[in-house]
Design a protein around this ligand. Sequence first.
Ligand code: ADP
Ligand code: MG
Length: 482
Amino acid sequence: MSIYDKYETVIGLEVHAQLSTKSKAYASDSTEFGVLPNTNISPITLGHPGTLPKSNKRVIEYAVRLGLACKCNIREVNEYARKNYFYADLPKGYQITQDKTPICTGGFITIKQNDGSEKEINITRIHMEEDAGKSIHDIDPFDTLIDLNRAGVALVEIVSEPEMRSGEEAYKYLTEIRKLVRYLDICDGNMEEGSLRCDANVSVRLKGSKEFGRRNEVKNMNSIRNVQRAIEFEAKRQIEAIENGEEISQDTRGFDAVTGETYILRSKEMANDYRYFPEPDLQPVVVTESYISKVKSTLPPLPNELFKKYQTLGLSAYDAGVLTDSKEIALYFEAIIAKTKNTKSAANWLTVQIKSYLNDNAIHISDFKITPIRIAELVDFIDTGKVSHTMAIQKIFPKMMTELDKTPSQIAEENNWIQESDSGALNEFVKQAILKYPEKVLEYKNGKTSLLGLFMGEVMKLSKGKADPKMTTELVKEMLEK
Ligand code: ADP
Ligand code: MG
């Protein structure tokens, strides 16, 4: 047993999601991304004396959406607090956040284990707060530049219980959160651009131990994969330190994506005392039961519910996963199966043919021209037996892209693609094919059954691709084995 096997990793994540509201959390400045630095900055954002914040209703709505989707308790009376610290990109000298009264508590995120089982990761709290500005260190060689466009942009922070046990579980948890905020349309979920950020709290303990070890908090990971890498490195580092008789000090660490290592940023002895106190400039926001039900009625179908639905419709976990990965794909699928009963075939068309078309052309499902109704028609048309699956893939589907106003059956008829399943005509083709290769017939009879393909190919050629493959196989075999 290696030293690493003696230990268990314990992980709790703090996830910040930047909300996609049009204006900031406590000011009406635009949140538009990519505009000139320091243009979306009103006196409120800059914290000028005499200005007063006001809370953005959308932020409450988005936080409630998230809370409902995670099955949290939603708080009725929401107070704001000031978290005081001095930093150049924080012009007010404090951040407006929630301290003792987070809007959501309880609730959970469900992750799927590799064996197919589910694990619920409990959520401690979700609270609303505002972002700071950006300090830019790499444009000017001497000075730090400050862009305050981001200052005051709305965030929710989602804090998990320390219930994850591996980097992989953290990866799955974050993937679920990203999927969820995208389904809910409250955040674009982009970790590379920083609209979703994650601090990972990591500790290790001997397996079987009930007490938690001392944790380190790792920051600066710009992808979900890097969160996993950082956790795995950190766990290993801590185990090695303990095995060397060292004590783990509770620090804040950064992650270097190039080396895959974490490094110390600051030690907790220097931990800030934020001196939280109730924000005197904002009234508490009251979230009523009727407001909550109103928000609930606008929730989209959620990925987990759709996943379960697709499994009860007989799809594999893999297919259900692919179909629910993104909301746009799921909604497209929903629209197909509203029109056809052949769920399995519909899933195949979407996860194989359509997806590879999207990949090959580097386009998004929203730019895919064929409507879900047409795909449903195609699925049903194939089921009539009038065209083979191969014919549908190779000929009809490509034609559907350009002839959007025609049904698959119209296209098949116009191009004379309706397949020969009338056994009289087929019989004739099969006979011709067999007569063409007398020596091959002997070889086949002597056991070289792989020659079946040759005869099949010949029949396909003779029928111009319209022979029903299943029937042809049967007929060819029958005649060869006579
Ligand atoms: P802080 O505000 O100092 O970061 P919190 O109590 O808010 O502290 O905890 C932050 C996160 O740390 C939570 O996600 C929690 O689950 C996690 N956590 C707490 N203790 C441990 C531990 N021993 N090992 C790993 N994670 C932990
Ligand atoms: Mg923390």
